[in-house]
Ligand binder design. Structure first.
Ligand SMILES: C[S@@+](CC[C@H](N)C(=O)[O-])C[C@H]1O[C@@H](n2cnc3c(N)ncnc32)[C@H](O)[C@@H]1O
Ligand SMILES: Nc1nc2[nH]cc(C(=O)O)c2c(=O)[nH]1
Ligand code: SF4
Ligand SMILES: [Mg+2]
Length: 210
C-alpha cells in the first residue's frame, strides 16, 4: 500500500481512500437508497462534533488509484455513488466523477463547501460549517442544504444559509448525533412552524449499519 503526503497526490489518477462500502444512504433526500460510499481522507474544517475525525489526517489513508476505486464500485448492484470524507473537495474531483459517470453511476456528494467547486455532480448535499464557512460558489450548486443542529443558535444560522441558497434547493435540518435527544424535539417544533424545512435523521445509526 502506498501512503504519502497529500500535497504529493495527483487527483487525476489517485486519491487517499479511507474506506469504501456498499450500504443504505442514511441522510438527506436519498435516505433509504442503496449506495456505494467512497470516503476520502483529509479534512481541514475541524467540526468539534465530527463523527469521522479519523478521516482528518489524509496521510493515514492509502493512496488508491481512481481506476481501482471505480472497479470496486462497479461490483455492486446500485449505480449510485456517494462521495464523502473527510472533505472530498480538498481534491479536484474531475477525474473521479468523470470515470464513475462513464460507468453509468449517478454521483452524489457530501461537502462542507469550504473548498473550491470541482467535479460533475448529479446531487450536491451542502452542509455548511461554522468552523470554516462555505465558499459562495456552492450556493448555486446545492440540491440540498443540510444544516446540523447542535444548539439553539443553529436555527438562526441555518436561515442565514437558506437566504443565500438557490430557489430549488431542499432545506434540511439534521440533529447533531450526541445532542439528538435534546435537539430533535426542537427541530420537530421548528419544522411545524417553518414548513419549508424538512427533518433529516442519521437513519443508518438507528439501523446499526455503516
Ligand atoms: C462526515 S461529513 C463528510 C462530508 C463533508 N466533510 C461534510 O461535512 O459535509 C458527512 C455528513 O455528516 C454530517 N455529520 C458529521 N458529524 C455529524 C454528527 N455528529 N451529527 C450529525 N451529522 C453529522 C456532516 O454535516 C455531513 O453532512
Ligand atoms: N449510511 C450512511 N449514510 C451516510 N450519509 C452520509 C454519510 C457520510 O458520512 O457522509 C453516511 C454514512 O457514513 N453512512
Ligand atoms: S467538514 Fe465534515 S469531515 Fe470535516 S470535520 Fe466537519 S463534519 Fe467532519
Ligand atoms: Mg457519516
Amino acid at each position: 500500500m502506498k501512503f504519502m503526503d497529500k500535497t504529493a497526490i495527483n487527483p487525476a489518477i489517485e486519491l487517499p481512500l479511507m474506506e469504501a462500502f456498499y450500504t443504505i444512504q442514511g441522510e438527506g433526500a436519498y435516505s433509504g437508497c442503496a449506495a456505494y460510499f467512497i470516503r476520502l481522507g483529509g479534512c481541514d474544517v475541524g467540526c468539534v462534533w465530527c463523527d469521522v475525525k479519523d478521516s482528518w489526517n489524509a496521510d493515514k489513508w492509502p493512496v488508491t488509484s481512481i481506476d481501482k476505486i471505480v472497479e470496486e464500485a462497479n461490483k455492486h448492484p446500485a449505480k449510485l455513488a456517494v462521495i464523502t470524507g473527510g472533505e472530498p473537495l480538498m481534491y479536484d474531483m474531475s477525474v473521479l466523477t468523470a470515470n464513475l459517470r462513464s460507468q453509468g453511476f449517478q454521483i452524489n456528494v457530501e461537502t462542507s463547501g469550504a473548498h473550491a467547486f470541482s467535479g460533475s455532480w448529479d446531487w450536491v448535499c451542502l452542509s455548511p460549517k461554522k468552523f470554516k464557512a462555505p465558499l459562495p460558489e456552492w450556493y448555486q450548486h446545492a440540491n440540498e442544504l443540510k444544516v446540523i443542529i447542535f444548539n439553539q443558535s443553529d436555527f438562526q444560522w441555518a436561515e442565514e444559509h437558506a437566504s443565500k441558497i438557490n430557489s430549488g434547493c431542499k432545506l434540511l435540518l439534521q440533529p447533531e448525533w450526541s445532542k439528538q435527544e435534546k435537539m430533535t424535539p426542537l427541530i420537530v417544533d421548528y419544522v411545524k412552524e417553518n414548513p419549508q424545512w424538512q427533518i433529516s435523521l442519521q437513519t443508518h445509526k438507528y439501523l446499526n449499519i455503516p
